[in-house]
Design a protein around this ligand. Structure first.
Ligand code: PXP
Length: 246
C-alpha cells in the first residue's frame, strides 16, 4: 500500500488570492500529518505564486514526517534546496503561464543539466526524485543520471476520456512502475489523482508513494483537512478491486 504525500500548495493559493496571512500552509501541514500523511509536498515556483520561501523555511522546522520540495532545475532553486535541505527534491519542468505542472521532465533531452543538478542535490544530502512521463526510455535515463526515485506523471491517466483510454494510460503507468522498480528506483506517482480515480493507481504494487494536492485541499475546504486526508488514506489502503469489481 503506498504512503500518502499531501501537496499543500493550494492552501497557499487560497492565502494569496487575498494576499493575507491565512490560511497558513504550515497549519495545514500539521493537520495533514496528524491525519496520517507521511510526506508534505510543496512546489516553490520561480514566481512564488503560492508557496513562499518563508513557508519552506518553517516547514523544514515543523514537518515531522518527510518534506518533499518540488522545484525546477535552476541554479536559484538548487541554492535554496541546498540551504533548506528538504528530505527529497522532486525536479519538475516549470513554465511560467501554466496553471499547474503540465508534463514530465524530459530527462533524455536535458540529460547533462539534470545529471549535474542531481549530483549537486545528492551532494547536499538530499534524495532526488524526477517527475517523468510513463515512458520507459525516460525512466532508464533517470536511473543513469543517478536519481534515487521517480514520480510517474499520472495526468494523462486522470484526464483520459473513455474507459479504453483510461485502461491504456493505466497500462503505461504499470509498465513504467515495473521498469523503475526493476532498476532499483523508488517509485512514486502523482498529478490529477482524486477520490474517484486513485484506486487503480494505489493498487500498483511497485508504487510506494502517491503525491496528491488539489483534490485533497478542495475536499478539505468542505470537510476539513484531517477528514480529507483520512478519507484519501482509507481509499489508497483498501485492498485492490478485482477486474470484475471495477
Ligand atoms: N506531483 C507533481 C510533480 C506536481 O507538480 C503536482 C502538482 O503540484 C502534484 C504531484 C499534485 O498534483 P495534484 O494537485 O493534481 O494532486
Amino acid at each position: 500500500m503506498p504512503r500518502l504525500g499531501v501537496n499543500i500548495d493550494h492552501v497557499a493559493t487560497l492565502r494569496e488570492a487575498r494576499r493575507t496571512t491565512y490560511p497558513d500552509p504550515i497549519t495545514a501541514a500539521a493537520l495533514a500529518e496528524l491525519a496520517g500523511a507521511q510526506c508534505i509536498v510543496v512546489h516553490l515556483r520561480e514566481d512564488r505564486r503560492h508557496i513562499k520561501d518563508r513557508d519552506l523555511r518553517l516547514l523544514r522546522e515543523t514537518v515531522k514526517s518527510s518534506l518533499n520540495m518540488e522545484m525546477a532545475a535552476t541554479s536559484e532553486m538548487v541554492k535554496i534546496a541546498s540551504q533548506i535541505r528538504p528530505d527529497v527534491s522532486t525536479l519538475v519542468p516549470e513554465r511560467r503561464q501554466e496553471l499547474t505542472t503540465e508534463g514530465g521532465l524530459d530527462v533524455i533531452r536535458n540529460r547533462e543539466k539534470v545529471a549535474e543538478v542531481v549530483r549537486t542535490l545528492k551532494g547536499a544530502g538530499i534524495k532526488v526524485s524526477l517527475f517523468i512521463d510513463p515512458v520507459l526510455e525516460q525512466i532508464r535515463v533517470a536511473h543513469e543520471v543517478g536519481a534515487d526515485a521517480i514520480e510517474i506523471h499520472t495526468g494523462p491517466y486522470c484526464e483520459a476520456n473513455t474507459p479504453q483510454e483510461t485502461e491504456e494510460e493505466l497500462k503505461k503507468v504499470i509498465a513504467a512502475a515495473k521498469e523503475a522498480y526493476n532498476l532499483g528506483l523508488e517509485v512514486k506517482a502523482g498529478h490529477g489523482l482524486n477520490y474517484f480515480n486513485v484506486s487503480p493507481i494505489a493498487a500498483i504494487p511497485e508504487i510506494e508513494e502517491l503525491s496528491i494536492g488539489h483534490s485533497i485541499v478542495a475536499r478539505a475546504v468542505l470537510v476539513g483537512m484531517e477528514r480529507a486526508v483520512r478519507e484519501m488514506i482509507a481509499l489508497i489502503q483498501r485492498p485492490p478491486l478485482s477486474q470484475s469489481q471495477r
